[in-house]
Design a protein around this ligand. Structure first.
Ligand SMILES: Cc1cc2nc3c(=O)[nH]c(=O)nc-3n(C[C@H](O)[C@H](O)[C@H](O)COP(=O)(O)OP(=O)(O)OC[C@H]3O[C@@H](n4cnc5c(N)ncnc54)[C@H](O)[C@@H]3O)c2cc1C
Length: 512
């Protein structure tokens, strides 16, 4: 055998790179390969959702992304050229209440650089040509561009090899779903156009829809559906934009022009023995709402810490299997939403437009509806199976724990709970000073390789819940919260008994 690793990642798009970075931070041994000899220079996905920035923050790349990107707090909806309604992202409960716009190749560049800082490089120009699975390992054969081959033994192969996944084909997995009949046009271009470059604009017209995203001060991304695509060319963009926006526009410098079809498909199951599918290899959806890349990144972040627990600490295989249940649930949810959104955007028949305009106006004025729509786009609402179906970002098991600030008693600065997260489970103990917590602390200390303990009290401790703010907002006088390494709430108890805490964590931790 040429080489042995714990994980072989096939594909260095945003999904594979995020998994690589997560594994690197946990010290799991892996290799990441890509058949392309150089990084992509294609702008493809430009919308990074707030939840993804929360993930990037945990991976220490959020700051660089935000420095290079443009952030957008508002979207405008126009019907037949008339401004009708707005979508407001600034009210989202997250430290990043905006949509971040950055070309996909730049996002990939940032992830790959972070990976290099951890001492890992993408092995480029290598294509996966076959995989053989055994009960406890896999053997993958890779072919380089010069025809040289090598074999890698890995405990798991992760297929992050995109929409045309070769792993999916090797396993002969059906990719069920539907393909939309209408084609879409996409272009990155410069234009003289009297609209704000600080906001997104969506124009509904009797010719179809036009979405406009300001990528930089000069360059904008436009997308629109085409009822007939056979003859559409770059030179038709000017007319399309003018007709749908009802505004005077002068288009110049088209940097990228592409026609594409929209597909909503996913595989039936994301884990096949020792092969795990993620990102576009497992599910593809319409680009409406900018969900595809974000869902792949979230897949990777979900799997990374589970592979660490299983491979490095001896936690049961069940931990890895939860990836399947949780992420299939999310992918189904995203497919459903983007399917409905695409149908709605494509249905711009002249007689329906006035009614759609009234609907958009009325609904988006209702703050709760506006918030619900933007939460859905932001991916902050996504919960795992069996989560309580509470509206909005309420604290519930199976939902993302909302970013919360506490006070550090050593320097007096406020800190976010995610900022002090170090990849382990975070256990927040609300200590009212009236109970004996010795057995709780004995248990937490014993499991210290997997658990970061944060005590919050009204008296002096490393962290201080000033004015009992956090406890009050969670309706917790005393009790315990367990936050998973990916920021989801695993457990909440309003008392300080050890047994329920122990039972909940026993499912995830190696048996002692
Ligand atoms: C025009 C367009 C616009 C889009 N806009 C958005 C948007 O605004 N927001 C959004 O969230 N998403 C958007 N998407 C979707 C987004 O681009 C994808 O969801 C994202 O690229 C998926 O990432 P991935 O890492 O899973 O796969 P990919 O980015 O496709 O990466 C897969 C990698 O695997 C490599 N590979 C393939 N086969 C092999 C093999 N056998 N061996 C080795 N390497 C292999 C490929 O070279 C590639 O680098 C858009 C897509 C398109 C096409």
């Amino acid at each position: 055998m040429d080489e042995q690793v714990d994980v072989l990642i096939v594909g260095a798009g945003p999904t594979g790179l995020t998994l690589g970075l997560t594994l690197a931070r946990y010290g799991v041994s892996f290799q990441i390969i890509d058949r392309k000899t150089t990084p992509s220079d294609n702008s493809r996905a430009i919308g990074i959702q707030p939840r993804t920035i929360e993930v990037f923050s945990r991976l220490d790349v959020a700051q660089e992304v935000l420095e290079r990107a443009r952030t957008i707090e508002r979207g405008n909806l126009y019907f037949s050229g008339q401004w009708t309604a707005k979508l407001e992202f600034s009210k989202l409960v997250t430290p990043y209440p905006f949509v971040t716009l950055l070309r996909q190749n730049e996002t990939e560049e940032i992830l790959e650089r972070a990976l290099r800082k951890h001492g890992h490089v993408v092995k480029r120009g290598e294509t996966l040509s076959s995989i053989t699975q055994y009960p406890s390992r896999t053997i993958a054969h890779l072919t380089a561009t010069d025809g040289m081959t090598r074999a890698v033994e890995a405990k798991y192969v992760v297929a992050a090899d995109g929409a045309n996944s070769s792993v999916r084909r090797m396993l002969a997995l059906p990719f069920s779903g539907k393909s939309f009949k209408e084609a879409w046009v996409l272009a990155d271009l410069k234009a003289d156009w009297p609209i704000s470059r600080e906001e997104v604009h969506i124009f509904f017209s009797d010719r179809g829809v036009l979405e406009v995203f300001p990528l930089t001060d000069e360059t904008i991304r436009i997308t629109g559906n085409l009822r007939t695509d056979e003859s559409f060319q770059e030179s038709d963009l000017q007319e399309l934009v003018e007709q749908r926006s009802h505004m005077p526009v002068h288009i110049h410098d088209v940097e990228w022009f592409s026609l594409f079809r929209v597909h909503n498909r996913m595989v039936d199951t994301f884990i096949h023995n020792r092969i795990i599918l993620m990102g576009d290899a497992a599910h593809i959806n319409s680009p409406v709402g900018g969900q595809g890349m974000n869902t792949g990144i979230a897949d990777a972040f979900n799997l990374g810490w589970k592979l660490w627990l299983h491979l490095k600490t001896g936690a049961p295989h069940h931990v890895v299997s939860t990836y399947r249940d949780e992420r299939e649930h999310v992918a189904r949810n995203v497919l459903q939403t983007t399917n409905i959104a695409t149908e709605m955007l494509q249905t711009t028949l002249p007689m329906l437009l006035p009614f759609q305009a009234i609907g958009a106006d009325v609904f988006t004025r209702v703050n709760l509806v506006n918030q619900k729509i933007t939460e859905r786009i932001s991916q902050l609402h996504l919960s795992y199976p069996n989560a309580l179906r509470l509206p909005f970002r309420r604290v519930a098991e199976g939902k993302i724990f909302p970013e919360t600030e506490i006070l550090r008693t050593d320097d007096g600065f406020r800190t976010k709970i995610s900022e002090i997260a170090d990849g382990r489970f975070q256990v927040l103990v609300f200590d009212d000073g009236k109970r004996d917590l010795t057995s709780i602390y004995d248990y937490l200390n014993k499991n210290q390789p997997f658990i970061q303990t944060i005590t919050l009290s009204k008296t002096s401790r490393p962290f201080f819940d000033q004015g009992n703010e956090l406890a009050k907002s969670l309706f917790m006088k005393r009790g315990i919260l367990v936050i998973r390494p990916d920021g989801y709430l695993l457990h909440k108890q309003h008392h300080v008994r050890l047994k329920p805490l122990q039972d909940k964590l026993a499912v995830w931790l190696p048996s002692s």
